[in-house]
Ligand binder design. Structure first.
Ligand code: GTP
Ligand code: SPV
Ligand code: MN
Length: 605
């Protein structure tokens, strides 16, 4: 018998009345067999992991290869975020904007009440309190998730500061975000459970005015670990709008050059487009260091001195496994030595994990992510393209010593990137904050396996926030402009850059080596911050002169370099057309400053 059933909250843990009343309401609706308040203790995590091994949700890996780590195989129909089932239920449809699925909050609550009625029968309802950001930091926010998934509990324990400390702050009167999650798979008495309970009907619903999230039917990633995208981006972006800060889909890093100069960089790339890799970059240029602060989400807020300060609200990494290997991301590989949960990767016959890109050759005797013997000739990947690892940030060798400093770091540069085979050059700098906001508002990228749907289609993904902005995207653009105004009044705005590691040559090959060599772009950025290099004022921004890039030791044919930096007029006329169509979808809410930027782009072309 599982130890879970015997677990009881310690007598000292607070039970804030408002949380308790909310939990009671949900328990009355969902009818779990028991309610457990999580404390965040190691013993609690251990019991949950053991319980999941007993039910078959987790497979323990061979401890000789991977200390205290586990493999989860999801339902094959529950493998990524489902944007088509993600709803912003603002009181007015217009406030969700044209990029979100809006649903009437009253109707949605009725639908969800119907689905949640009895949905936790036979299961445990876990009460999971957490802090996004260092506990007690002025930049942090609190939340409580109730969930019937122990996998979500242990994932949240890794991804956030989960436990009693958060509850103590709530008991002392701090605001908190309500997150309700059910996999939607009630168990009849005596019925046998499946390893990955979920429901074909899925809803990930957000109520921005009341700061609530209700998610039904999925246990995967951002659909279920509600602290992450649902709270720290969708709800937080609304709170940030109201409070004058920014909740962003950004990595956060500290870069130090050979002269010892330090810069903090926040960079937005769409899902599975290289944030984790960039955040943990191992520089190929001597004398440089990159320290990781965050790999997916950053909260940025003007401080009392008018500087933009940022924290990573998370405490762990939920990283894309495929493509992560010793050559591309050694820091992530080292972080995964133990205490990790892998979801939908392949299993080796020696009890370790494997995925495409971990080694050049697939080992013999693999079991694929579905649990079937893998046949290389099948043409199917052994690991699901959106398979992930969940591991504590503190385990990452490149993590900054002070990554959890409650004061955060002052951001010097903001970078926007996307996955584009053509058109977008390696790097350009924005001429102004307004131009920087234009670069953010026009980010485009080929879609990846991080969300349901076709992969490789170019779409506009403004600020890499298309699936994550909790309100009207045009209002969000205006908010970025407003934050810039307040920073400027106080002294200055960060420099803004646009990058693209993914431009391809005639044979479809990547022109830029990427990964550790992306430090060469950081080098240019650093010298721009210090006013040491000039730039060409080109049609799309301030372009590097080839001679200013440090390409020492790089085997880059001149033609490839030329194409990496090229701005082709015909391609950009088409881009401008695409941007005009993109902006037109926002109608009258589109800020004039950005329409002016588009006019300026066309004039320069
Ligand atoms: P989410 O967690 O989904 O938000 O994604 P992410 O942006 O953190 O993605 P991640 O860093 O895990 O990137 C995943 C993919 O990008 C992998 O397939 C990597 O191999 C690829 N990638 C990352 N950096 C580079 C690069 O510099 N060049 C190239 N060509 N590919 C890269
Ligand atoms: C993303 O899709 O951008 C992720 C993974 O970071 S998830 O948490 O599932 O949203
Ligand atoms: Mn992400």
């Amino acid at each position: 018998m599982s130890l879970i059933a015997e677990q009881r909250p310690t007598a000292s843990a607070p039970r804030p009345a408002d949380v308790a009343a909310w939990v009671d309401d949900i328990a009355r609706l969902t009818r779990p067999d028991r309610v457990v308040w999580c404390t965040g203790s190691t013993a609690e995590r251990h019991d949950l992991l053991q319980g999941m091994v007993e039910t078959g949700t987790l497979l323990p890996l061979n401890p000789e290869h991977r200390h205290y780590s586990f493999l989860a195989r999801s339902d094959p129909d529950d493998v990524a975020r489902v944007e088509s089932r993600t709803f912003i239920c603002s009181e007015r449809a217009a406030d969700a904007g044209p990029t979100n699925n809006w649903a009437d909050p009253t109707g949605m609550r009725m639908t969800l009440d119907g689905l949640l009625a009895g949905s936790m029968a036979g299961r445990t309802l876990y009460v999971v309190p957490f802090s996004m950001g260092p506990v007690g930091s002025p930049l942090a926010k609190l939340g409580v998730q109730v969930t019937d998934s122990p996998y979500v509990v242990v994932s949240t324990a890794t991804m956030t500061r989960m436990g009693t400390a958060a509850l103590e702050l709530i008991a002392a009167g701090a605001d908190w975000v309500r997150c309700v999650h059910s996999v939607g798979a009630p168990l009849a008495p005596g019925a046998e459970d499946v390893p990955w309970p979920c429901n074909p009907t899925k809803y990930i619903s957000h109520f921005p005015e009341t700061r609530e999230v209700i998610s039904f039917g999925s246990a995967y990633g951002g659909n279920a670990i509600l602290a992450k995208k649902a709270f720290a981006l969708r709800i937080a972006s609304v709170i940030a709008r109201d409070e004058g800060w920014l909740a962003e889909h950004m990595l956060l890093m500290r870069v130090t050059d050979p002269a010892g100069r330090v810069a903090h960089v926040a960079a937005a790339f769409p899902s599975a487009c290289g944030k984790t890799n960039f955040a943990m970059l191992q520089p190929s240029l001597p004398g440089w260091t990159v320290e990781t602060i965050g790999d997916d989400i950053a909260w940025l807020r003007p401080d009392a001195d008018g500087r933009l300060r940022a924290i990573n609200p998370e405490a762990g990494f939920f990283g894309v496994a495929p493509g992560t290997g010793p050559a591309t991301n050694a820091a992530a590989i080292d972080a995964l030595w133990g205490n990790a949960i892998f979801t939908n990767v392949a299993l080796r016959d020696d009890g370790d994990v494997w995925w495409e890109g971990l080694t050049d050759e697939a080992p013999a005797g693999l079991t694929d992510w579905r649990g079937e013997p893998w046949d290389a000739a099948s043409g199917r990947p052994a690991a699901h393209p959106n398979s992930r690892f969940t591991v504590s940030a503190a385990q990452c060798p490149s993590i900054a010593d002070d990554w959890d400093d409650p004061r955060g770091v002052v951001v010097d540069a903001i970078v926007f990137g996307g996955r584009r085979s053509s058109s977008v050059p390696l790097v350009v700098e924005a001429r102004s904050w307004e131009h920087g906001v234009f670069l953010g508002a026009t980010v485009s990228s080929e879609t990846t396996a991080a969300a349901e749907g076709p992969v490789g289609r170019v779409r506009r993904d403004p600020f890499a926030m298309l699936p994550f902005c909790g309100y009207d995207m045009a209002d969000y653009f205006q908010h970025w402009l407003d934050v810039g105004d307040s920073l400027r009044r106080a002294g200055g705005t960060p420099h803004v850059f646009q990058v693209n590691w993914f431009r391809r040559g005639p044979a479809g090959e990547y022109l830029w080596p990427g990964f550790g060599d992306n430090v060469r772009v950081l080098d240019w950025i650093m010298r721009r911050l210090h006013g040491e290099v000039g730039a060409e004022d080109g049609p799309i921004g301030l372009e590097p002169r080839a001679r200013d890039l440090d390409l020492d030791g790089l085997d880059l044919p001149p033609a490839a370099l030329g194409e990496l930096l090229a701005v082709h007029r015909d391609e950009w006329e088409a881009e401008a057309e695409g941007i005009a169509e993109h902006f037109a979808t926002f109608g009258g809410r589109m800020p004039a400053a950005l329409l002016d930027q588009l006019t300026e782009l066309r004039r320069r072309l």
